[in-house]
Design a protein around this ligand. Sequence first.
Ligand code: ADP
Ligand code: ADP
Ligand code: MG
Length: 459
Amino acid sequence: MPLYLKRKSVKKLLKKVLVANRGEIAVRIIRACREMGIRTVAVYSEADKNALHTTLADEAICVGPAISRKSYLNMKAILEAACLTGADSIHPGFGFLSENAKFAKICEEVGIKLIGPTANLIEMLGNKSQAKHTMKLAGVPVVPGSEGVLTSKEEATQLAEQMKYPVMLKASAGGGGKGIRVVHSKNELEKAYDLVKQEAKLSFNDDSIYLEKVIQNPRHVEIQILADEFGNCIHLGERDCTIQRHNQKIIEETPSLVIDERVREKMGQVAVKVAKEIGYTNAGTIEFLVDNDKNFYFMEMNTRIQVEHPITEMVTGIDLVKEQIKIASGERLEYKQKDIQMIGHSIEARINAETPEKNFRPCPGTITGLHLPGGNGIRIDTAIYSGYTVPPTYDAMIAKIIAHGRTRQEAIAKLKSAVAELVVEGIDTNVEFILDILNDASFVTNEYDTSFIEKRRKP
Ligand code: ADP
Ligand code: ADP
Ligand code: MG
């Protein structure tokens, strides 16, 4: 019997959570804790002294200067803050330390509960080429490609010739759409090989790369799962994240219009089966690419809460962050698969502080005036306020606007209305760009793939 089945239910809610993140996700986590009667500790950098997460938490500790490496990625300072404040747990959010196996391991060693899966699981799944191998062994269809990481340029060219161009070179430790390049010929591959390796080293401090066949005209469809520490696991349906710029999601929705009930069920079953097989715990997302013939291929697994989690919450009524905390507290899942029902349609738009006309260059600065929309079926996850200064140091995402309607058409109408009503003065945002997408005929009729944005930017 696996060990986790023998372990007794602890049934003691965590008492104090340190939130090792910033921005809207830190605020999202602090609010969930408050609702549950759990105390919170914020950590902040010198640039975030006046940030909303710093103000909202019960306690706040400065962990270093603006630069992430010295603050939000500073494991020692964050662990010291946890010890100093008596936090029994840490919620890592997304980005930063959320998929850092070393950090998870140290937390385990010092007896602080990291809200997420174990260090071993993060390690196993965080290495994307290794994760594919694990999934393949578990019988999950994976995107065809190299067995493990590439060891030489010659190996890459040989494999690409066998698989036929175009192929993709991808950083094994990659994330956030970085370290990915499509190549169409031997010539391109030879140049890209070194470039992607360099990029991977620079962004992820790990230059291992792998090769994948390019799936033509794909849709990105991912499955949300929840697994407790007693071997119970359910899925909460899918999210379609096909609208992307530079492999980074911009608009996400659920349900996906490209999969029918049969495929949905199959994807969900595969996700749950593999999660159980590897002994996965807490919230996780299994990302797939779906081709023209509705075949789906595993791409990667994210072992954390995702940016787009609210759309799943809107259609299922389940609070994923609270579920994460309950699971980490040693509680059993209170839902069975049959209890999960998706009602209506939900779409999220990521609002970024950036200038689309200047090649989406980030646009930090002080927000001199702000009006946030509201209304029936609108949710806004943000950490900005009037007078707040968006620092230049971090991710450009400043808000997520999420709409929920009975139908896709209604959800789009609500989202359009809300985005159009948003006023952020003092800095540039991608609001007009988002509205253009929501008004685009092929978006509305659901005839698009992951190249949607690239294609429509051409005259
Ligand atoms: P999701 O899969 O939840 O949509 P994203 O890929 O958008 O997540 O990443 C979530 C956030 O974390 C973004 O702000 C992104 O820039 C950042 N991020 C994700 N992975 C990494 C990474 N490996 N290194 C640095 N930042 C990352
Ligand atoms: P990240 O870790 O940065 O999220 P992913 O492996 O999830 O990287 O890929 C990000 C995006 O890149 C996908 O959503 C998809 O649009 C595109 N992509 C990745 N691999 C492939 C592939 N083999 N064929 C086509 N598109 C791909
Ligand atoms: Mg991904």
